[in-house]
Design a protein around this ligand. Structure first.
Ligand code: BEZ
Ligand code: FE
Length: 282
């Protein structure tokens, strides 16, 4: 009888159990998930031993998760799923600044700072002046845009990874643009760093012959009333990891100039304009 499970009707056997009156979107997502999962198992002819390894891997992935460590996000990031979800949900018009992955190190509530302020509190690293404008697609300045920035320190760690060692809010700050849409602050020229790789995701990367490094980048979250929230980075283009980002976050348009200036104010300058998309265009 067709309602008993057989290899040949496995998808139908599972999906036909879903009740008729459930949330239609849940039904759409789950029937597709079951169908693709079964197709994958059949495609690779998954062995029992391989499935046991997968269950063990997922178990360890869950067990290492805590308030400070989200291994499932790392798994999604390293499999390219985070970037794919971001891409299909943030299709933007030409010239608008593109999104990239948020990462696990954003912390809400960073101090609001005066334009031009220093965000590096540990005195480490090569100072860098970040500057530019927040504009709309026509190039008009956006006043009142909130720019939340964060980066690793010169040793390649975010403050939250070294809470006993680094000053709180090191390399973080929030800036608000004035009528000219301009922003400027002093941080460090960021350095590349490995994503946390002492857990199951790190082991997976080793098994796949992949590295854990992210190319150097500065994180920006830019929001303004009437515009889509922009979650992005600017990248240091000559970083050796630029084409091997462990989480696939690099986009060509996000590679920013880092120019050596050595002018007493800073060693480097990085200029980058953020072009926001109006909400009614999406
Ligand atoms: C980050 O850029 O902070 C990040 C993104 C994904 C995984 C780990 C870190
Ligand atoms: Fe980062």
């Amino acid at each position: 009888m067709s309602h008993f499970f057989k290899e040949s009707n496995s998808v139908e056997a599972v999906n036909s159990r879903i009740a008729a009156d459930i949330d239609p979107r849940l039904k759409e997502v789950m029937t597709s998930l079951v169908s693709h999962l079964h197709a994958f198992v059949k495609d690779v002819h998954l062995t029992q031993q391989e499935w046991d390894i997968a269950i063990e891997f997922l178990t360890r992935t869950g067990q290492i998760c805590s308030e400070e460590r989200q291994e499932f996000i790392l798994l999604s990031d390293t499999l390219g799923v985070s970037m794919l979800v971001d891409a299909i949900n943030n299709r933007r018009p030409p010239y608008a600044t593109e999104n990239t992955v948020m990462g696990p190190f954003y912390v809400a509530g960073a101090p609001e700072r005066e334009m031009g302020a220093q965000i590096t509190l540990d005195g480490k690293g090569e100072s860098c002046l970040f500057e530019g404008r927040v504009v709309d697609i026509q190039g008009n300045a956006i006043a009142g845009a909130r720019i939340d920035v964060w980066s690793d320190n010169a040793d390649g760690f975010y403050d939250v990874q070294q809470s006993g060692t680094q000053p709180k809010w090191n390399n973080r700050g929030v800036f608000t643009t004035g009528a000219d849409g301009k922003y400027t602050f002093v941080g460090i020229k960021p350095v590349s760093y490995p994503i946390p790789h002492d857990g199951p995701v790190g082991k997976m990367l080793v098994a796949l012959g992949r590295g854990p490094y992210r190319p150097a980048h500065m994180h920006f979250m830019v929001s303004a009333k009437g515009y889509e929230k922009l979650v992005t980075h600017t990248f240091v283009g000559d970083d050796t990891h630029i084409t091997f980002d462990a989480v696939f976050g690099v986009k060509e348009t996000l590679v920013a100039p880092f120019q050596r200036i050595d002018n007493g104010e800073a060693i480097w300058r990085s200029s980058f304009d953020f072009v926001l998309t109006p909400i009614d265009l999406s």
